[in-house]
Ligand binder design. Structure first.
Ligand code: GDD
Ligand code: MG
Length: 323
């Protein structure tokens, strides 16, 4: 038996990423010129997944023109749109109705990049005859995440979402495999949190829930600085990347870990370092940006100097408003 279906949870509001997420859902924010969702779809495809349902809600209209029916990406893609956001559990239950296969399903939080092997997670799930398997990783501070207790056989005995004093730093890394029986147990058409309701309830009922611990590269793109960090880390060390039709003035410099999105212009004598520039941005002359994120279409005026800032959705004119 092997897993060939996936659900991507991409319906969240991305509140912590505003204003980046006012017009772009968080999973559609770009890393190296491709939406996070596209990186995940390609990873799923490489692991042998054949069909993906995008569970969308907030700004659902943004996904369809980009991914279509998936043929461009060599994978079947369909959409389960929640009129009213159903929460992570409700979204899984709702999206599962659109799957063609009836095998176990891999489920991704839509704001994660992870280098763990999906095939190994699937093999782990199958060898444990698990109802549900969770990818787990370790972080220095587990407070913003879900944490689990596990026994020596990696069977999970409890799941606690976001607590003040987590007893462990082993966290839910946001990639699950569910068998269909477990999905069918989630109430249909109701708002359900997989973290706060489904996991604790299934554990109470004695379900076989296992944790696959893997600590390879993993990042939760939960805030603008994580998006920048991921951009830097995905780029080759000290290399920069360019989208299509970028106009970088010959006197401008792009230094280590900078990505410039398609159609952007970088003016004379500007120095852009460790930064992510969106599509169609206009960077003036003599600008100096270090560890900055510039959203799509943003204009940065001549002579502007900034470090560690996010810019977007406002046209900057004249004085540097951050001075
Ligand atoms: N379709 C749909 N509908 N998707 C949703 C909904 C919804 O109502 N609510 C959230 N999502 C999607 C989000 O878009 C995101 O991709 C994913 O579900 C997780 O939601 P977040 O809002 O990003 O949760 P979190 O980051 O606070 O915590 C989650 O991720 C952590 C790992 O990064 C939890 O799963 C934690 O347990 C986990 O540790
Ligand atoms: Mg998140």
């Amino acid at each position: 038996m092997t897993v060939t279906s996936a659900i991507l949870l991409v319906g969240g509001m991305g509140t912590r990423m505003q204003p980046l997420t006012l017009s772009t859902p968080k999973p559609m924010l770009e890393l190296l010129g491709r939406p996070i969702t596209e990186h995940q779809i390609m990873k799923a495809k490489e692991a042998g997944i054949q069909e993906i349902v995008l569970a969308t809600s907030y700004l659902s209209e943004v996904f369809i023109p980009h991914f279509g029916d998936g043929s461009q990406f060599g994978i079947q893609i369909s959409y389960a749109v929640e009129e009213v956001a159903l929460g992570t559990g409700g979204a899984i239950r709702n999206a599962a109705d659109s799957l063609r296969s009836d095998g176990d399903v891999i489920i991704f939080n839509g704001d994660i990049l992870s280098a763990h092997s999906l095939q190994e997670q699937i093999a782990f799930h199958e060898s444990n005859d698990a109802d549900i398997s969770l990818h787990l990783t370790r972080v220095p501070d587990a407070r913003p995440f879900g944490v689990v207790d596990l026994d020596e056989e990696n069977r999970i005995s409890s799941f606690m979402e976001k607590m003040e004093n987590p007893p462990t730093n082993v966290i839910n890394a946001g990639c699950y495999i569910f068998n269909r029986t477990s999905i069918q147990k989630i109430p249909h058409g109701e708002v359900v949190s997989v973290e706060r309701q489904t996991f604790p309830e299934m554990l109470k009922d004695g379900a076989r829930v296992f944790g696959y611990i893997d600590t390879s590269y993993w990042i939760d793109i939960g805030n603008p600085s994580a998006l920048l960090a991921a951009t830097r880390e995905l780029l080759q060390p000290s290399a920069s990347g360019l989208g299509d039709d970028v106009a970088v003035d010959a006197s401008a410099q792009l230094l280590g870990g900078t990505y410039v999105g398609a159609g952007s212009v970088i003016g004379p004598h500007s120095i852009i370092e460790n930064s992510a520039i969106g599509r169609g941005a206009r960077i003036g002359a003599g600008v100096r940006l270090t560890r900055c994120h510039v959203a799509d279409g943003t204009r940065i005026p001549d002579g502007f100097i900034a470090e560690g800032q996010y810019f977007g959705f406002t046209e900057l004119t004249g004085e540097n408003p951050y001075n």
